[in-house]
Design a protein around this ligand. Sequence first.
Ligand SMILES: NC(=O)c1ccc[n+]([C@@H]2O[C@H](COP(=O)([O-])OP(=O)(O)OC[C@H]3O[C@@H](n4cnc5c(N)ncnc54)[C@H](O)[C@@H]3O)[C@@H](O)[C@H]2O)c1
Length: 351
Amino acid sequence: MSLRFLVTGGAGFIGSAVVRKLIGETPHHVCVVDKLTYAGNLASLEPVAGSNRYRFEKADICDAGRMQAIFAEFSPDVVMHLAAESHVDRSIDGPGAFIDTNVGGTFTLLQEALRHFRALPEARKGAFRFHHISTDEVFGSLGADGLFREDTAYQPNSPYSASKAASDHLVRAWHHTYGLPTVMTNCSNNYGPYHFPEKLIPLMILNALEGKQLPVYGNGLNIRDWLYVDDHAEALLTVATRGVLGESYNIGGHNEKTNIEVVKAICAILDELRPDPAGPHERLVSYVTDRPGHDARYAIDAGKIGRELGWTPKETFETGLRRTVEWYLANTKWWGDIRSGVYRGERLGAA
Ligand SMILES: NC(=O)c1ccc[n+]([C@@H]2O[C@H](COP(=O)([O-])OP(=O)(O)OC[C@H]3O[C@@H](n4cnc5c(N)ncnc54)[C@H](O)[C@@H]3O)[C@@H](O)[C@H]2O)c1
């Protein structure tokens, strides 16, 4: 059966992976709603731009009038809400945009989704879903042991994670109070193709290729649980179509790594694929002042989505990282346009 998917933030890193999968591997129709901030990039949607099941609306999710018109015109069965300000370092420099988009924008979208849902004919109401895409950062920081579960208490520490936590609470309330059919996912750190080069993995790949320093925050021992973006996209489509209404699902890659392990792994792959006559890429590692309030460790218990919906990641960190490095080596035009324009790799969020 062909459904109509409204995907907010579809020009971003994860949203574009979801849209490429929806158009490439399913019969569904997709309308992308994206403001095209610095992080949104139509080049990431080029592989699907020619499909007659795809359309794009440049719009701000905070604009209630535009959202109402788009809901009325496209009439979605499923809303996948990924639009967000997403970079912790930027949230330290300028938290206002995070409150506006992540909190205010989610509120606007929930209101318009509810208006749309209530007006749907009974036959279509049963299929309607609002899927809110969130992060494991809402749970705060872990010590050496333990995993985030769906019932772990919220304890956000950065302006970014606080704004995402607020949006999660709104989604829960719109389900509980108004009966909006919602599902929610909280995912660990993603990596893979089309990742904006301010984030750790693409920044390190590109700096290493250009012989620039590889800035590692603090002692490099902060731990993240890494998930390949196409595995996340698969998990999101699973939850969007088969998740139980009102439930949330944690998504993770079972790949806990310290930041310095990640950087050294990238250096080793580049030494093999693109050796530097000046010496091993690891020589470029440079420890810099830590991020203020840097969470020590995130790790996900992804047991629920595995048991109940049958999802598990396909890539290991080793296979996914190699694919990622190979993609950046083969797609210099995609990142070259960014590196020569809106973002040149400068340090953000030092407060
Ligand atoms: N990247 C990760 O590791 C990760 C992990 C877990 C959860 N998430 C969540 O997944 C979602 C997508 O993350 P991402 O890494 O793809 O982010 P991204 O920054 O790459 O993309 C965000 C997209 O949202 C758009 N956008 C921003 N503000 C908007 C607005 N007001 N109106 C319309 N569009 C707007 C941007 O133009 C961009 O295309 C976010 O909600 C994020 O919190 C990300």
